[in-house]
Write a protein that binds this ligand. Sequence first.
Ligand code: 5GP
Ligand code: ZN
Length: 329
Amino acid sequence: MTSDQFKKLSKFILKEMRMSHIYQPAMLIELLKNKGRASTEDIAKALVGYDKSQVEYYEHITKNMVGKVLTNSRGITQKEKDEYSVIGFNELSSGEVSELISCCENRIEEYLNTRNDPWSHRRKSSGYIKGTVRYQILSRAKFRCELCGISADHKALEVDHIIPRNKGGSDDQSNLQSLCYSCNAMKRDTDDTDFRGIRQSYEERVQGCIFCEIPRERVIAENELAYAILDAFPVTQHHTLIIPKRHTADFFTLYQPERNAIQRLLEERRESILAIDPSVTGFNVGNNVGETAGQTVMHCHTHLIPRRDGDTSDPRGGVRGVIPSKQSY
Ligand code: 5GP
Ligand code: ZN
């Protein structure tokens, strides 16, 4: 005989629960495993367990730090394949096990009382694992939320798909951003946005536009949303143009993923230029927006202009030189 309450709950879980994340079933599991009750903190801890980036981090700590100390240096535990065990555990009575657990709990409490914030390293760049996509996105964002700008020192950052994967967004770095948990939570409310429209608009090209019709052989670097080409009339050698693939007028009509894509190509090209030409000691990076400001090709492009010591008699002021009489101040 199934109870009415079982029918109600299973109907909810199987048919009615609308999931925008794993949170609801994960919370229910935690409650159901604990006689139907759990504190906010316990539920939060259970949710952390599903967060692969957190688990990945603590697996790293276990294998390379605590597991090594207890196993190799101290001989308290042993390791077989992926499993650790306490040496001589079978000789302990259950009372002794409980007492050892309380001893550990006391040592933790003592430690926490004497240190302020033992997790501060986790909020700094060194606490993240280099080489992971998460690390790359967060370091590109300089460990700040790309919407509100708050630093990872103050709020945990999450790596978020700008166009969700189930709406056709890719795992390319240009479609990933670093968001603090508040901005990310606010964004979830807009989950019903029609991302297909945005997706399609990335494909926009205009016939007869020279930057929509760049011959493949002119492209010297590219990613999903932008190209780099050499300027046909270079101001200096290696003068590069970074161009969004979508036909859009200027810097201000770019979508954030395109800005990310352009930024990445700027960094890539800067690296390559510095590697092949040691005489380059500076750069001007700039966008002309509108005919008034000197824009001649009405498809957005960012100039990356390498500079060399002495390439002009008085470089002071740089881009201020758009009004030549005001360049120097
Ligand atoms: P704007 O003045 O619009 O900021 O810059 C347009 C840039 O595009 C100029 O620096 C110009 O030299 C460059 N350019 C114009 N036509 C071509 C072309 O056909 N191929 C390439 N690679 N660059 C071009
Ligand atoms: Zn175009």
